[in-house]
Structures are given as C-alpha cells and as structure tokens.
Ligand binder design. Sequence first.
Ligand SMILES: NC(=O)C1=CN([C@@H]2O[C@H](COP(=O)(O)OP(=O)(O)OC[C@H]3O[C@@H](n4cnc5c(N)ncnc54)[C@H](OP(=O)(O)O)[C@@H]3O)[C@@H](O)[C@H]2O)C=CC1
Ligand SMILES: O=C([O-])CC(=O)C(=O)O
Length: 264
Amino acid sequence: MRNVLVIGYGAIGKSLIAQLDQEEGGYRWAVWARGNGSPRVDAGRPVTRVTSVTEALAFETDLVVECAGHAAVAAIVPGLLAAGLPTLVCSVGVLADTTIADSLHEAAARGKTWLRLPSGAVGGLDYLRAVAHLDEVGVRYVSRKPPSAWHDELLALNIDPDTLEEEHVLFDGSADGAARRYPKNLNVAATVALNGIGMTRTQVSVVVDPAVSANTHELYIESSAGVAEFRFENNPAPDNPKTSLLTSLSVASEVRTFFQGRAS
Ligand SMILES: NC(=O)C1=CN([C@@H]2O[C@H](COP(=O)(O)OP(=O)(O)OC[C@H]3O[C@@H](n4cnc5c(N)ncnc54)[C@H](OP(=O)(O)O)[C@@H]3O)[C@@H](O)[C@H]2O)C=CC1
Ligand SMILES: O=C([O-])CC(=O)C(=O)O
C-alpha cells in the first residue's frame, strides 16, 4: 500500500487524489483538513482524517503532500518532517520567509528526511538549474493572469475585475517580495528563484491581463550559455482560478516517481 497524507483538500488536493485513485497501485489517502468534523472530504471516498503528527504516524504515512497554503506549511509541516515524514511542499513561496525556511530545513535534518518542491505550474527548471551558476545570469519571470485570478486584490484597489480593459501591473520587484505579498498566486516566483539565481536577484512582474484566459507564466533567462524564453499558458484548475491545473499534474508525477523509486 502507498499511504499518502494530503494537507489541504482544495483544488490541488482533490485533483491529486482523483487522478491517482484511478490508477493501479493501491493508494491509501489521509487528509489533514481544516475545521472539526465539517464534511470536507467527499463522501464515499475512503480517506482517513488526520489532525496531528501522532495520527499521521498511526496512518503509517509514506509521503506527505502539502497543498493548503503558506500558513499551513509553517504550522504543520515542521512537525511532520521532524517525525521523519518526507514532504512535498506546493506552497513554495513560504520559503521566501527565511525563518520558516530554516525551521523546515532543520526539522527535515532532525527527522533524517527531506522536503521537496514540485515544479508546480511552471517548467524549464532543468535549464534554469543548469545555467544558474554561471557568471552574470539574468532571470526575469512574468506572471500574467486574467482578472478572475485577482478578483479580491483588484476590488481592494477599487478596480472592477469585470470591466478591466487594459493590463494592470500589480508588482515589479524581486521574487521574495512577490512570493510574500501574493501567497496564493506567486509560488512560481519562488520556484523559479530557488531553481535559479535566488530570491533577491530574480526579477518578477505581476500583471493582470484581461486579454488572457490562461494563467500565463513567462520566463526570460540570459547567460553566457545563451538566451531562453519559456511561456506556459495554463488552464486554470476547475475549482480555483488562481491555480493552474498543471500544478496537481506535476504533484501527481512527483508522487508516482517517489513510489516508483521505492519499488526499484
Ligand atoms: N507551486 C505552485 O506552482 C503552486 C502552488 N500553489 C499553492 O498551493 C496552495 C493550494 O492551492 P489550491 O489547492 O489551489 O488552493 P485551494 O484554496 O483550492 O485549497 C486549499 C485548501 O487547503 C485548506 N487549508 C487551508 N489552511 C489549512 C490548514 N491550516 N490546515 C488544513 N487545511 C487547510 C483550505 O481549507 P479552507 O477551505 O478551510 O480554506 C482549502 O480546502 C496555494 O495556497 C498555494 O500556496 C498553488 C498554485 C500553484
Ligand atoms: O497555478 C499557477 O498558475 C501559479 C500560482 O498560482 C502560483 O504561483 O502560486
């Protein structure tokens, strides 16, 4: 049996379980959901509810997948790592907070386990890692999403998301600033930074663009190896317009790889 504990039963968590449940391989699922007893987990699907490290260990968890948000990572994941449970963290932007990042790495060292980051809503990370150590590498990441992904933020700026006609730049700055300011929309900025030239040197622009319907990620890389441009036009997840469907596909691929590695 493959025992996976999923923290957060939202767009990514539901999609992950739905994808892998259809495959052969015998997954058992536990969900660490918020609230006490509200029926967050689909009726009929055999999932165990877990709300403590003790329960996670009793479930004989092989792998933890976090897909709940930055606050959940800070509150829940260190304890699971310290207990020796390997963990995939989707909310990559939380690592822009060096105090939380240190606590996660220390917990993983204490538990003799690891914390891994999926590629999530973006790709091209192998290229980025390959050139990152050259001199004078420039990396610019542009997040370009439709107004529906920025509904509340636009309203807070007195901009009507439904009538926005021209693109609106919400942010220009470094990856750590972007990831901390927009925890639900800029995890990719942190993913790009951590696979590349770091949080402060990675330049980020956040654009609300009424001309796009996809969650679009543009990556511009310059180094002595050459220039590269990547553009990902991701369909939103059915349950959350901020999140690309690709994210849960990437997590599912990591989960498969984990168990394939264990079997071989
Ligand atoms: N790496 C990447 O490329 C990407 C990363 N992400 C990250 O993944 C996260 C999840 O995305 P998504 O599934 O779309 O988000 P959703 O909002 O659809 O789902 C998140 C779920 O987590 C639950 N949750 C929140 N806090 C806790 C907690 N403390 N304990 C247990 N459950 C909790 C929420 O519950 P409730 O309903 O009560 O709020 C909700 O059900 C995002 O917040 C973001 O940080 C997202 C997209 C791309
Ligand atoms: O899913 C996406 O398109 C990216 C995203 O929300 C994030 O970077 O947090």
